[in-house]
Ligand binder design. Sequence first.
Ligand code: ADP
Ligand code: MG
Length: 495
Amino acid sequence: MRISIGYIVNLRTLKMPVEDYQAVIGLEIHAQLQTKSKAFCPDATEYGMMPNTQVSPISLGHPGTLPKHNKSAVEYAVMMGLALDCDIREHNQYARKNYFYADLPKGYQITQDKTPICTNGAVDIITDGVKKRISLTRIHMEEDSGKSMHDQDIYDTLVDYNRAGTPLIEIVTEPEIRSGDEAYQFITEVRKLVRYLGICDGNMEEGSLRCDANISIMKKGTEVFGTKVEVKNMNSMSNVKRAIQFEIKRQADLLDQGETFISETRGFNPLDGSTFSMRAKEMANDYRYFPEPDLPPLIISDDWKNEIQSKMPMLPKAVSKKLREEMKLPEYDVEVISEDKQIAEYFLRIAEHTNNYKAAANWVMGSIKSYLNENAIPIERFEISPKAIAELILLIDDGKLSNSSAAQNVFPALAKNPNKDVLSLAQELNVIQTSDTDFIGGLIEAAFNKFPDKVEAYKNGKTNLLGLFVGEVMRGSQGKADPKVVNEEIRKRLD
Ligand code: ADP
Ligand code: MG
């Protein structure tokens, strides 16, 4: 056996298990705002257009052009701040952040430096059933860069400036996140919120929501943070989690070997979940921030703030609270339904027509979600009305329809004929159950006549024969007798 020098050194090093280290994580999340036009000019922001078709001289930063505030972009940023209990700044000043990139035509980015529009505030997350509040440092407004494409041409990098100038908010957290799971939950909450607010589509794959993770580790029990690295370019929530988990392990191994490491920016390789060094971290003052001279200060008055507040849509927290406290739904249902704004809205509209909230939740989480998945359509394009679902629930509760006929016969038929009346459809399908005791009574007598010995046995104590009679009557009714009434009527005659 060959023993390498490295192996001997490792034997002598005291290796700490990774659990003995505490990870410290702060996130920086960029959300592209869904305004029709760009942050500082009227160019369109639509995604997926032909390259360089949404670029005016202002987007391209030609000399002599002047940027102007986009009111909607500011209102969206304020909405986010209000939803997260932030302080909203009255006097806002934009700044220039100077750096050179091929996809940054002006040579600087308009952003906010000393006066972020929102400060403080927090996001509540739940990980493994434990509630935790992650404080925000700031939310500021800025503009996006263009996009360099390295894979479109064999010789050259091509640049598309359509994205240049698209409004962004950047959400910066305090270093209070402690694991990849917590980071995952944090992004989940932020994504849910921007979607509820309708200010960003939250799509990480297309880059409308982007997350950079700052990660360091320290020995458990100490208070002093270690050197952080910043990992960029993770295009899904699970990749953010993977990158964090990889970094924790990598940094623990380095510390075990007695090595120190530098603060750097790292990229993420989704194929194997590893991170790799991109560049040593620039110092903040490399950017030579200075106040943007072409834009006047932006004043957010109390009146304007109140007006925005009054236009705020329903928020996920309020929905969860209503489902949990007023409708008494189990926590699992609360989470699944409040997860998506459109799903929640659909559910609440069913609940306008029935008080059987649990049944409404079951329909949404069961048949409806399966139907949407199978047909790959969003609930906005689901054609059965919430009122029709409430009518199905009522028919079931009245004993006129069994759960299984409702799900297996009426629901699919209704999906094909969404405008048809629910009761007539069920009648056409011949699945309406009857609780007519004369009809059921006749079938019961027939069953008793068929099995006189079993009737005797039942009367002598073999009460588990009840199922046999129920089955016989249900068969006789071709599934149309209400099983509850059948049960009652048989008992009445035998007990
Ligand atoms: P930088 O100047 O490098 O951008 P900031 O102080 O602005 O650093 O912080 C950027 C992000 O890094 C914030 O989300 C912050 O919470 C996080 N952060 C700061 N220090 C640490 C640390 N030691 N470990 C992990 N994250 C950190
Ligand atoms: Mg930073």
